[in-house]
Design a protein around this ligand. Structure first.
Ligand code: GCO
Ligand code: MG
Length: 408
C-alpha cells in the first residue's frame, strides 16, 4: 500500500488548529497535528505547498525513512514551522501503522509502563483569592498537580493569568484575535520576583505539602534573576520552575543550577534535540518540555526522551489548548510507554473543539489514559471542522514598563 492523498485541514473551533489527513491506497486515514500558535498558516502552506505532493506514492509503513526524507531532503532544516510539518506527517503515519496493527499506538512503542499518566492543570487568578479558588476547584476534580500563575501588583494582564471569573476551569487562551497585530502586555520582573515567593508560601500554608505545584517563568528572567528566584522559592518544594530564562541560551542555566535545587523544565519553544544538547548532557534541566507537535513528531520525540533518560531527565510534554487533541493523544501514547515519564500538561479543550475532534483518551482522578482504540484514538469530523472558519490570532507582545520589548 502507499500514501494516496495528503490534505491540510484548518479549523477554528474557538481557537485555530491545523491538521494533516493522510489517506492510503487502501483507504486508511491517519491524522497529524500541525498547529503552531500564531503562525498556523505558515505550517499549513509548508505542508500543502511543499510537502504533500512528495508524499504521494510513498510506502506509508516507512516512517523513519519518510522522517529523514522530510528532514534532510529540503536542505533547510529545523525551526518550528518545518518541525511542526514533519511532526504532522509522522503522527499521521504512526496513526496509520497502529490502525493497521489493530493496536493503540502505545503498544507499538513498547507497551504500557504505568497504569495512567499524571497530569497537571492550569490554575490561575488575578489575585491570590482567585488563584486559591482555582486550585481548590482542580483539587476537587482530582488533580494532584497544578500550575499556578497569578497577577502581579502594579501590572495589568500578564502571561498565564485568566481573566475569567471564579470557577473551576479557567480557559486561559493566550492567542488573541486582535486584528492585524498582536495585543501588548506590560511586565516588570522586579515586581514579579518580590511578589511570587509569598504566593507559594500561602499556597503551601493553604494546601499542604502533597500538592505538586508547578510554575511557568515564561522566559522572562535574566540568568541572575532566575538564580535568585529559584533560590527564593526552594522552601516551597515546586515540582518544577519552567522556562525561567530564554532557553536558547542553554549555558545560562549553569548559573541557576549553582544557586538552587528547584527542579527546572525547559523546551516548549524548542524543536530539535540540538536545542537541548548542552541542557541534557550537563544535566541543567530535570524535565523536557517540548510538544510532540513542535519537535518533529513521535519518531523524534521518542529519540529525544530516550537521550534525556540517559542523564536522568524526565518528560514534561507540552499540552496547552494550542496543541490539538491529536497532538495531545500522541503525547499520551508516548507518556504511557516511556520509562522516564515525568508529568503531562493538560489544559482541557473546549466543547467546540471536542465536537470537531472525537477523542478516546479518558481522565480519572488526576490521571489521563490514551485509550485502547487502534491508532492514536482521535478522529476529526471534517463537516464539523468546516463550520469553523480560520481567524488570524496572535500571541501577545510583552514590553517592560519603559516600553522595551521583552519576552512574553
Ligand atoms: C505552557 C505554555 C503556554 C504557551 C502557549 C503558547 O506552559 O503551556 O507556556 O501557555 O504560552 O502554548 O502558544
Ligand atoms: Mg510554558
Amino acid at each position: 500500500m502507499t500514501i494516496e492523498i495528503a490534505d491540510v485541514i484548518i479549523t477554528s473551533p474557538g481557537r485555530n488548529f491545523v491538521t494533516l489527513k493522510i489517506t492510503t491506497s487502501d483507504g486508511i486515514v491517519g491524522w497529524g497535528d500541525a498547529t503552531l500558535n500564531g503562525r498556523e498558516l505558515a505550517v499549513a502552506s509548508y505542508l500543502s505547498d511543499h510537502v504533500a505532493s512528495t508524499l504521494v506514492g510513498r510506502d506509508e509503513d516507512r516512517i523513519e525513512d519518510t522522517w529523514q526524507y522530510l528532514y534532510r531532503g529540503p536542505y533547510w532544516r529545523r525551526g518550528p514551522v518545518t518541525m511542526a510539518a514533519i511532526a504532522a506527517v509522522d503522527m499521521a503515519l504512526w496513526d496509520i501503522k497502529a490502525k493497521k496493527a489493530g493496536m493503540p499506538l502505545y503498544q507499538l512503542l513498547g507497551g504500557a509502563s504505568r497504569e495512567g499518566v499524571r497530569v497537571y492543570a492550569h490554575a490561575s487568578g488575578t489575585d491570590y483569592a482567585a488563584l486559591k479558588n482555582a486550585i481548590s476547584g482542580y483539587e476537587e476534580l482530582g488533580f494532584t498537580a497544578v500550575r499556578v500563575q497569578t497577577g502581579v501588583p502594579g501590572l495589568g494582564q500578564i502571561y498565564g493569568v485568566s481573566a475569567a471569573g471564579p470557577g473551576v476551569r479557567y480557559d486561559y487562551e493566550p492567542a488573541k484575535r486582535s486584528g492585524d497585530r498582536p495585543s501588548e502586555e506590560s511586565w516588570d520582573t522586579r515586581n514579579y520576583l518580590n511578589h511570587m515567593p509569598g504566593i507559594f508560601a500561602q499556597i503551601r500554608e493553604d494546601f499542604g505539602s502533597d500538592l505538586r505545584i508547578l510554575h511557568d517563568g515564561h522566559h522572562r528572567m535574566s540568568p541572575i534573576e532566575a538564580a535568585r528566584f529559584a533560590k527564593d522559592i526552594e522552601p516551597y518544594d515546586l515540582f518544577w520552575l519552567e522556562d525561567c530564562t530564554p532557553g536558547e541560551d542553554q549555558t545560562a542555566l549553569r548559573l541557576v543550577r549553582q544557586h538552587s535545587t528547584t527542579p527546572l523544565a525547559i523546551g516548549e519553544v524548542f524543536n530539535s534535540v540540538f536545542d537541548y544538547q548542552t541542557l541534557i548532557t550537563e544535566r541543567l534541566i530535570d524535565y523536557v518540555r517540548s510538544a510532540v507537535t513542535h519537535t518533529g513528531g513521535i519518531t523524534a520525540m521518542k529519540k529525544l526522551l530516550d537521550f534525556a533518560a540517559i542523564y536522568g531527565i524526565k518528560s514534561g510534554i507540552h499540552g496547552p489548548t494550542d496543541i490539538s487533541p491529536v497532538g495531545m493523544a500522541a503525547a499520551l501514547h508516548l507518556d504511557l510507554a516511556i520509562h522516564n515519564f515525568g508529568i503531562q500538561e493538560y489544559m482541557p479543550h473546549n466543547e467546540q473543539t471536542l465536537e470537531v475532534f472525537q477523542t478516546s483518551f479518558t481522565f480519572d482522578r488526576g490521571f489521563l489514559h490514551p485509550g485502547d482504540q487502534p491508532g492514536l484514538g482521535v478522529e476529526l469530523d471534517e463537516d464539523a471542522a468546516a463550520g469553523h472558519e480560520y481567524t488570524k490570532a496572535y500571541l501577545p507582545v510583552n514590553r517592560l514598563l519603559d516600553g522595551t520589548v521583552h519576552d512574553w
